[in-house]
Structures are given as C-alpha cells and as structure tokens.
Design a protein around this ligand. Structure first.
Ligand SMILES: CC(C)(COP(=O)(O)OP(=O)(O)OC[C@H]1O[C@@H](n2cnc3c(N)ncnc32)[C@H](O)[C@@H]1OP(=O)(O)O)[C@@H](O)C(=O)NCCC(=O)NCCS
Length: 159
C-alpha cells in the first residue's frame, strides 16, 4: 500500500460479480464470520441481481472489502424507497484505513440516485465496533425496534 497521506490510494471500487464468491468467503473466514460457500453463493445470486447495490473494493487486483445493499420498504412504517445495508466486510489487514467508509459512501450515492431518503442497517446494540463505525458515517438510532420471542424446541410442546 502507498505510504502517502491517503491510506486508500490505489483502492478501486467496482461492482461485485458472482465470481467474487471465493474472495468474499476468504474475507469472511479472516473475520471469523459466516464463511459457508453455499450461504454466500445464494446471497450473491440474490443481491447481484441489482448490481449497482453490490460493491467491492480491490487493491492490486485483490478483493479487500465488499458491501451488499438493497432497496425495499412499504411495510412496518418503512418508507417505500429505503436503502438497506445488508452486509459489509473489510479484510482485517485493511481495516481502519477508510475502506469501509468509501464502500458505504459509494452505496449512499447509488441510494440517492435511486430516490432513497433514508438508509437502514440492523446491528447489535452491543457491538461497539460496528456502532463506532456507523456513528462515524452519520447513523443514529431509529424509531423501529425489533421484538423477539423464543419458540419452544420442536417436540417440547407436542408440536
Ligand atoms: C465495520 C467495518 C466494515 C469497518 O470497516 P473499516 O474499513 O475498518 O472502517 P473505516 O476505516 O472506513 O472506518 C471509518 C471510521 O469509522 C470508525 N470506526 C471504524 N471501525 C471502528 C471500530 N472498530 N471501533 C470504533 N470506530 C470505528 C472510525 O471513526 C473510523 O475512522 P478512523 O479510523 O479514522 O478513526 C470492518 O471493521 C469490518 O469488516 N468488521 C467486521 C464485519 C462487520 O462487523 N460487519 C458489519 C455487520 S454486517
């Protein structure tokens, strides 16, 4: 990487393709996250159907980060054209150099061009790392909350 003042110098943004599958799985493995090939194959199949919303960052031909977004709304009080960040990941060796930020900001531009007025992302209230990142990008806590109820184990209630 360049030792210049811009730590993202030389980082290129491009649309993801299904052929990025193995590189994404590799990033996920290094992040300790979901790295099941079939899981990611399905995700990429679904999300790359709207290729503007699936972006990758590469340096010297190597994928170092990705973001998958989509646009949906109209239910649960969510405005019709709402941009959603579904998944984002940056290779640990490249974190804290601005790659996540350029991926998110590039997606913001696409959302804006597609008439979105808001962007949503779901994350754990306990995950200070991702919260720190999202706050830096201007995200604040919204009005929606998620409610949950654990279901009994199959068989435990005679189901
Ligand atoms: C969250 C993640 C995408 C951030 O990517 P990144 O490239 O490291 O982020 P950036 O370098 O663009 O960070 C921009 C700013 O966000 C804030 N930030 C980023 N990571 C942070 C952290 N771990 N804790 C607190 N603030 C953080 C900082 O203000 C940072 O600027 P600075 O480094 O100049 O202080 C990356 O850490 C990652 O892939 N995490 C694991 C996967 C994950 O949690 N994904 C989200 C759920 S889908």
């Amino acid at each position: 990487m360049s030792k210049g003042s811009d730590p993202t110098e030389g980082v290129l943004l491009r649309q993801l393709i299904v052929g990025d599958l193995i590189d994404i799985v590799g990033i996920q493995e290094s992040l300790g996250g979901e790295s099941e090939v079939e899981y990611w194959r399905k995700k990429l199949d679904v999300y790359t159907a709207d290729p503007e919303l699936c972006l990758g960052a590469e340096y010297a031909g190597k994928l170092i980060g990705y973001i998958l977004g989509h646009i949906k709304g109209g239910e649960f009080g969510v405005a019709d054209e709402t941009g959603w960040i579904e998944l984002i990941g940056v290779d640990p060796e490249w974190q804290r150099r601005g790659v996540g930020k350029i991926l998110v900001e590039a997606l913001f531009k696409v959302f804006l061009n597609r008439s979105c007025k808001k962007v949503y992302i779901l994350c754990s209230w306990k995950d200070n790392e991702i919260l720190g990142f999202l706050r830096e990008l201007g995200f604040v806590r919204g009005d929606l909350i998620h409610l949950e109820k654990s279901l009994p184990r199959v068989g435990a209630s005679g189901l």
